[in-house]
Design a protein around this ligand. Structure first.
Ligand SMILES: Cc1cc2nc3c(=O)[nH]c(=O)nc-3n(C[C@H](O)[C@H](O)[C@H](O)COP(=O)(O)OP(=O)(O)OC[C@H]3O[C@@H](n4cnc5c(N)ncnc54)[C@H](O)[C@@H]3O)c2cc1C
Length: 327
């Protein structure tokens, strides 16, 4: 039988999914979750079902905010990303011990003895026994005219997310060297018409060039000027300097993705060489009481995996609190 020692807010006024609570009462919550994407929302759902006193804080900047539709998420394939979040928030409503603060950021966090003290952008503070960071990542979109404008519309970074919608079209792989080589070959899954645009010297070895040619991938080394849009807000072509414009259905690029929030690093988390927070098992970090879920971690950066990691974190956190509270 689960022993719940925290106070539940069953007497609180009914909340709606968009509720914003301006100030905190100064109490020590069980858990504070920073980030209400798939990872943070699923963690809140598990923890709400465990009757934990949870505060979720979200600044409203999803990684896939530029995208029109989320793909590869069982039962929600094709759903607009913001709609998925709204559904997730609505599912938290029946759990009175979970409260949501939207459109404000955690700007500072300090770890004390068995607690974390957080400061929010609106000046309020929140304290919790456990902190879960589900703050996501940010993608570095190439600084070329049209790339940012059409990001999520015809310029993408993940063929698993958006390749199917552009199958059999002319696909551009925008990158160079080994990364470009690998990206171009990956895109062959979705189209036979793949062009690797290296925006300058390709940096490819003769063996890599041979493999690309054997697999029907053309290589254009001419400097890229930018992406040109067509009708209906989609990409029409990629434009070069000193080379004819190339009509295409989509441009896929490869770039680094950075932590959206510095909180993990500031609190002493260990980051690997891809900038991902290392876990010591089941979402725990080497910082006592600090957990991470979703794209903050490494591995597969799909939304459904982020949600699953949120569930994993929720269970691990509940177990840790339960163990600590057992007499
Ligand atoms: C263009 C594009 C298209 C994509 N398409 C797909 C797809 O089709 N299918 C798929 O599975 N995946 C897709 N992805 C990947 C998907 O977006 C991520 O896997 C998913 O969003 C990760 O969820 P998360 O909860 O870890 O982070 P996020 O969804 O990014 O949520 C993190 C949240 O934390 C908040 N936050 C950050 N710092 C703070 C702070 N200090 N204080 C308060 N809040 C904070 C942010 O505002 C954000 O709301 C796509 C990504 C991009 C860029």
């Amino acid at each position: 039988m689960l022993r719940c020692q925290q106070r539940e807010r069953s007497t609180a006024a009914p909340r709606s999914p968009g509720d914003i609570v301006a100030t905190d009462s100064g109490e020590l919550h069980d858990v504070c979750i920073v980030g209400a994407g798939p990872a943070g929302l699923n963690a809140a759902l598990i923890l709400g079902r465990c009757r934990r006193d949870v505060v979720v804080i979200d600044s409203g900047k999803p990684r896939n905010g530029a995208s029109r539709a989320l793909h590869g998420f069982l039962s929600r394939d094709g759903t607009p990303p913001l709609e998925l979040r709204a559904l997730g928030r609505a599912e938290l409503e029946p759990y009175p011990s979970v409260q949501l603060r939207q459109n404000t950021a955690v700007v500072a966090a300090r770890r004390g003895e068995n607690r974390f003290d957080l400061t929010l952008a609106d000046g309020s503070t929140v304290a919790a026994r456990i902190l879960l960071l589900a703050t996501g990542r940010i993608d570095l979109v190439p600084e070329k005219p049209g790339f940012r404008e059409y990001y999520g519309l015809g310029v993408f970074h993940c063929p698993y997310c958006d390749g199917w919608e552009h199958r059999d079209e002319t696909l551009v792989a925008y990158s160079s060297g080994e990364t470009g080589h690998d990206l171009a070959l990956d895109l062959r899954v979705w189209s036979r018409d793949v062009v690797l645009c290296t925006d300058g010297p390709s940096g490819l070895t003769p063996a890599q060039l041979r493999k690309l040619a054997l697999n029907g991938v053309r290589v254009i080394e001419a400097p890229v000027v930018g992406a040109r849009g067509g009708t209906g807000g989609v990409i029409a072509s990629i434009v070069f300097e000193g080379h004819p414009e190339l009509s295409c259905g989509a441009i896929f690029f490869s770039s680094d993705c950075l932590q959206k929030s510095p909180l993990a690093e500031e609190l002493g988390c260990d980051l690997d060489d891809t900038g991902s927070v290392r876990c010591t098992g089941h979402a725990a970090t080497q910082v006592p009481g600090l957990y991470v879920a979703g794209n903050v971690r490494g591995g597969v950066h799909l939304a459904i995996v982020a949600a699953a990691e949120g569930a994993e974190a929720g269970m691990a956190i509940n177990n840790a609190l339960h163990e600590a509270d057992l007499k």
